[in-house]
Design a protein around this ligand. Structure first.
Ligand SMILES: [Zn+2]
Length: 96
């Protein structure tokens, strides 16, 4: 079955919280603590960041993956971001 652009758009809009399990980029493990992240999705960077994989720059406005999870001591929320270059490498099945 093929998805028309309208259908895949509607499907994206309905994306539930656990849908990231089906996406190779979103399901690529950044942390292996056995817990699910609090949030894990594609976002547009609102300011400059550093990539959590390659430590390369993430520019404001870049479409990136952002994952937040509770720190090991449970006191803070840590957000990890993956730059566009790394996202594309993962999507191609390469090691970023
Ligand atoms: Zn990167």
């Amino acid at each position: 079955m093929t998805w028309s652009p309208e259908m895949s758009e509607a499907r994206r809009a309905r994306r539930g919280q656990m849908d990231w399990l089906n996406d190779p980029v979103l399901s690529y493990k950044l942390v292996c603590d056995g817990k699910d992240p609090l949030t894990n999705r594609f976002v547009v960077a609102r300011k400059n960041h550093l990539c959590s994989i390659c430590w390369g720059p993430i520019d404001k406005g870049e479409r990136i993956r952002a994952e937040s999870r509770r720190s090991a001591d449970g006191k803070r929320i840590e957000t990890r971001r993956v730059c566009r270059v790394c996202c594309e490498a993962i999507a191609r099945g390469e090691q970023p």
